[in-house]
Every structure is written in C-alpha cells, then in structure tokens.
Write a protein that binds this ligand. Structure first.
Ligand code: IMP
Length: 449
C-alpha cells in the first residue's frame, strides 16, 4: 500500500524526553519553506515539555506544538489530548512575550479535546495522599482527566465555547465529593500551575468564574477540526507532521506496569483522534526518537540496565537530564536493546532518530544491554515491573568515538568508524533504519542518514 507523501510522525522511542520537539521543529521549519504545513498532536497534555529555540530565546512548550513559532503553520491540538485552559493561556502569553506580540502559527483546538482542570490535579494529589506509595506522575492531573472520558462525563473544549456553567458546576461537585470521600477538602487543595507555582482550587463560584474568564480568551482557538484535517490530509501538497507526546515506553498499554501515562503514546492514537481520517499506517515516515548511548526515565519505574552511579551522574549533568515539566532529575541507565526492540515493534516504527550521539567519553566503552537472562535462559522484554525485577542484563561493549570528528561530520560516511558501526548495530538489533542522528544540542548539529 502506498503511503501518503509528505507525512511524518515522531514519537519517543523509549521512556520519554528523547528530544523529539527539536526534530519536529526542524522538519516543520524546513517544509514550511516549501508550502503549507499542518502539525498535529493526538495525546497527552501539560505532562509533556520541550524547549524550542526562537531567535535567541529558549521557550518551554507543554501543550502547544513545536511549530508554534513558525509563520503560516497550522498547529492542531487534537481530540485525544487533555488540555488545561489556565496552562494554555499561560503558554500563549509566553509565546506572545517571546515574539513581542503575536503567535506566528495558527492554533486550532479541537472542540472535542478533553478539558483538564484544577479539580483533576487536586484529586490526583488527594489520591496520592490516600494510597501507600508514590505513583510517580507529573502531578498535572492527566489520568483523572482521561478517566472522566471512560466514565462518560468529560468536559470537552466545546463546553468552553461558551462556558457550560451547569456542566462545570456538576463537575466541581463530583470532584468535591470524591475528595471529601477521601477525607480532604477540594476548595483548600493547592495545585501546580504551569510555571510551578501553587494555586488554590477555591470554592465553586471562584472555580467557575476563573473558567469563564479562560473560556472568553480561549473561544477564538476552539473549533471543529474534522474538515480541516480531512481536507489537508487529502491535499498531498500539504506537509503533515504528527508530534506525539511522551514515548512508547510510557503508553497506557505498553508502558511498564504500574508506571505509565494514561494516553496512547504510539502512533495508533492518531487514528482515533482524527476520527478515522488518518490511518497511521499511511504515514510515510513514522520515526521513534531514541537517545543513542543511554536511556533516561523519570517516574518510579526501575529499569534493569542500572548504570554505574558515577557515570550516570556525569551524563545527567552533561546532557542536562532534568525533567522539562517537573525539573525532576532523570534516572540514567545503559541502553537497553530488548526494551528498545520491543518499542520499535509495538510502536510500528519505520525509522529511528538517534539523538545525543555526542554523549561518549574517551577510553570508556559504551556498555549496552543486549539481552535479558532469567534462570540462565534468555528471556524477552515485557512491560511489567515485577517481571523486570527478575531479569539479569547481559552487556556488550562498543568502542567510543571521537566527539570532535563526530561534530565535524556532514554525512553518515564522514562519521568516525566506531560511530558508524554502532549505528549499524542499533539498526540491526531494533530492526529499523536510521532517518537522522543528532550530534549536539545546537540546531545545526544533525545529520540525515
Ligand atoms: P502522568 O503522565 O503525569 O500521569 O505520569 C505518568 C508517568 O509518565 C510518570 O512516570 C511520569 O514521570 C511519566 N511521564 C509523563 N510525561 C512524561 C514526559 O513528557 N517525559 C517523561 N516522562 C513522562
């Protein structure tokens, strides 16, 4: 079956924070020079976070997409997302401050996208206090908002155009009862805002008043997007870039039980979010972004390929491995082939993008977990923490490469021989070819493969 030309999708190929925002930004700005570009996201919300460079300023985006700073681009926040109105307005204000006025891209919010409110954040915190053991979430209320959909009482973005006060009032009372049932008062709960400061949920009147002010500002962005997506997808001169939130290893079905996010982080979520318009199998390039020489993870999952602590601490500082949303230090582990090959398969990847190729050290072999053993037998990866505790990693070492030679390379053939061999190893063991690599944090430090 032929795929649709000019269509690209990027997802995290491991446990998140692989640097897809930069890739998406690059593809969008390159293709925007040739014609119309649509950027679409179908999952997640303000649990995501990526930094985009605009002129000389760096701006952290969460719910807004990577093409936001590019003139003429249409960005669509799709049905499968959970969107926090207050955070959205804060982000829009940040974008306007960075540009000195306007928003370069057009922002369309699907009227069917789910609204995530302070009530969800409060309830997630109340649950956290009630249960034993931290569940490791970002605290942004993501799973309660998705649960609203399963329980068939979500607030949709169209309930903010204009504000459906009755629905919001019922919603507030439900969450008030849920919190009270677990011994806490919703009104008094303090929840995080986008910038990290805390804000009281307040009483019902204050809650609705806030929503009303937000609705008045957001209305202009909210609309039915079905026709826009259908027309643009049907016009093969339009470039489509799908920017997933999170990563395959955090998927609601494929993530390490019990620490995963509540959305579909594989490309399959695009099918339902676009209401069947875009079959992800028709997307020409479906790339999984991975860190080339190690993996990072933030949450409570404990990955088997535990790294030497000194090296992990060094990589954390060198690669600035701190959460973009929560600033939590990320766990750093050795690159795990069984897990990555699993993600490539269930994620239905056609390509890989290997980032952080510059994170290698002279005279220090790159240690890679190439298999798992259990009772002396080779066993597969499975997305279950209890199971992962029972496996013993088998390691293979690869020669490091010269970083100066890596950074000077303009093509794959110019790369140091050791780096070329390592990339071939990744392609072979994950079963997917490379689309591109990045050799440093700067925009120009990348090579198409
Ligand atoms: P939630 O998405 O806040 O419900 O968190 C569920 C799990 O996903 C936790 O382990 C989070 O740390 C993790 N997570 C969610 N979003 C991201 C992300 O963008 N990068 C890395 N980890 C994430």
């Amino acid at each position: 079956m032929p795929t649709r030309p000019r269509s690209f999708a990027f997802c995290g190929g491991a446990y998140g924070d692989e640097g897809k925002g930069r890739l998406v930004d690059q593809y969008v700005s390159d293709y925007a020079k040739q014609g119309r570009v649509v950027v679409y996201r179908d999952n997640g919300g303000s649990n995501a976070g990526h930094t985009v460079a605009f002129d000389n300023t760096k701006v952290a985006l969460h719910q807004l997409l990577s093409g936001t700073f590019i003139e003429g681009v249409t960005t669509i926040l799709g049905k499968g997302m959970v969107l926090h109105p207050g955070d959205l307005l804060e982000e829009i204000a940040t974008v306007k401050a960075a540009t000195g006025g306007g928003i370069p891209a057009k922002i369309l919010i699907d009227e069917m996208a789910v609204v995530l409110l302070d009530t969800h954040r409060a309830y997630e915190a109340v649950l956290q206090d009630f249960r034993t053991g931290n569940r490791g979430t970002t605290g942004r209320g993501i799973s309660p908002a998705y649960v609203d959909v399963l329980l068939r009482h979500p607030i949709r973005m169209r309930d903010f155009k204009p504000l459906n006060k009755k629905k919001l009032s019922e919603h507030y009372r439900l969450y008030q009862a849920l919190c009270a049932g677990l011994g806490q008062e919703l009104e008094e709960k303090e929840v995080p805002t986008l910038s990290g400061s805390k804000q009281k949920v307040g009483n019902e009147t204050a809650f609705i008043k806030r929503a009303q002010a937000q609705a008045a500002e957001l209305e202009q962005f909210i609309s039915g997007v079905f026709d826009v997506v259908q027309d643009a997808w049907g016009d093969e001169k339009t470039t489509f870039v799908f920017e997933k939130g999170q990563a395959v290893g955090l998927d609601v079905r494929w993530g390490v039980y019990p620490d995963f996010t509540a959305s579909e982080t594989t490309f399959s979520g695009i099918f339902s979010s676009t209401e069947g318009v875009v079959n992800p199998r028709d997307i020409e390039v479906r790339a999984g972004v991975i860190k080339a020489t190690y993996m990072s993870s933030v949450g409570i999952r404990q990955l088997p390929s535990v790294m030497d602590k000194k090296l992990a601490d060094k990589i954390r500082e060198d690669a600035n491995e701190y959460g973009a949303t929560t600033k939590r230090p990320r766990d750093i582990v050795y690159f795990d082939v069984p897990a990555s090959a699993f993600f490539a398969r269930v994620g239905d990847l056609t390509h890989l993008v290997a980032t952080h190729m510059d994170i290698v050290y002279p005279n220090m072999p790159i240690k890679v977990c190439v298999a798992y053993l259990h009772n002396g037998k080779t066993v597969p990866y499975r997305p279950d923490q209890a199971y992962l505790h029972t496996v013993t990693p088998v390691y293979q070492e690869f020669a490091p490469w010269d970083v100066a030679q890596l950074k000077a390379a303009k093509t794959r053939a110019d790369l140091p021989k050791e780096a070329q061999r390592y990339l071939e190893f990744l392609e072979k063991s994950l079963g997917v070819p490379m689309l591109a690599i990045t050799t440093g944090p700067k925009r120009e430090e990348g090579i198409e493969c």
